[in-house]
Each structure stands twice: as C-alpha cells, then as structure tokens.
Ligand binder design. Structure first.
Ligand code: ZN
Length: 209
C-alpha cells in the first residue's frame, strides 16, 4: 500500500472525489474539507509505536464498521506481517476484509482524518500509535457525519441508489469495477482465500435488507 506520513495532506485518491458507501447507496462529492493522512503505513518506513488507551481499538473498529469511503482500492496486505499472511480478515462478521476501503474521522471544523481500514490491524497487531489528535478524534467520533444534513456533505453531492429490484444488480458503467471489490464483502467465509472470495460475483448482501 502507498506510504504517507501521518498528518500530511491526503493524496491517495487521484480523482479528488470522496465516495461514501451507505446502506442505501453511494454518496459521491468533491470534499470541501481538508483531509489529513493517518495510518498509511508501509515497509520499510518506520512508524510510531506505543500504548494506546484501552478503549481505542474497539472505538476504531466501530468507526471501521460505519461509512466506508473510497472502496475498491484493491485488497492490500499488511507489509509488516510475515510474507504469505494474505489479506487481513475483519474481526467482526459484518465485513470480510480490512483492506479495501478507507475511513474518515472528523478532526476539527473543515478537517477530516483519512485512514485506511487496515489501521485497526496496525494498532492491534503492530503496536502502531496514531497521533494523539487522531486518538482524541476517535474518542469524540460522531457517526452522523455522513448522514445528511451534515456540514461534511456538500449540497451538490451525487447520490447513487442501490437497485433493489433484484433484476439488475447495477447498471454497467465506469464504476462497475467497484463491484468486484464489494462482492468480497458478501463472500461466505471471512478468513477464506481471497481468490475464492473474489470469484463470488454479486452485489453486497448488506445493501439489500
Ligand atoms: Zn500485519
């Protein structure tokens, strides 16, 4: 995965657009907030290690279970685990992998922290200690940031609703490649082989209550 030092301006999404995955569909917009990187670790770059508050990992996982941002960046493997470890499984049954989307954590008015979902693994398995400002932002996190009206979502945001008829999982289009990543979420075996999961096409089951 790409390496970005903590608290540097976010640069991973080349389009500049944010795509937020919600229960009802996708919200896409050009953000009017500043984004700051946290947790974009990669070998051989050293990273801060040390204790974090006892509540931190659980609170972080709750955020990771919330609105997913900019999915389909591919399944990233942890570069600090032994070779061959494979994609890191999500520790809860809600999703299969930790390695294909990002999260946003409001930092202060007009500023969001932008982190890969793998950050939970870095904290729990490799003693990564994120910047104090991020730990504090996780403590005060409000999952409603992506629920409109919200100061974080601009009025010109586009909404792409899931097709609930079941006839057409999704119209063909430039975003159709995202389905291959989303389909991994509906694969039956968390911790199973990524190849097997990727071979199970279809819309994410979570989107069809
Ligand atoms: Zn690891």
């Amino acid at each position: 995965m790409a390496y970005f030092a903590d608290l540097t301006p976010y640069a991973y999404s080349h389009t500049g657009e944010e795509i937020v995955w919600r229960e009802w569909g996708e919200l896409s917009y050009r953000p009017r907030y500043e984004r700051r990187n946290v947790g974009w670790l990669a070998a051989p770059h050293p990273f801060e290690q040390g204790p974090v508050p006892a509540w931190f990992a659980g609170a972080l996982l709750d955020i990771i279970d919330g609105p997913a941002v900019n999915e389909c960046r591919g399944l990233h493997e942890c570069e600090f685990c032994p070779p061959g470890t494979g994609p890191i499984a999500h520790p809860r049954p809600s999703r299969n992998w930790l390695a294909y989307y990002e999260i946003r954590v409001p930092a202060e008015p007009g500023v969001m922290f932008a982190a890969p979902s793998l950050i939970w693994h870095y904290v729990t398995a490799h003693d990564y200690r994120p910047p104090t400002a991020f730990v504090e932002a996780v403590r005060r996190y409000d999952a409603g940031w992506a629920a409109e009206p919200s100061p974080w979502i601009p009025p010109d945001a586009e909404r792409d609703l899931w097709d609930r008829t079941g006839e057409s999982p999704r119209p063909p289009g430039p975003r159709s490649t995202r389905w291959s990543a989303l389909s991994r979420r509906s694969a039956p075996t968390p911790g199973g082989s990524p190849a097997g999961a990727a071979a199970t096409p279809g819309p994410p089951s979570r989107s069809r209550p």
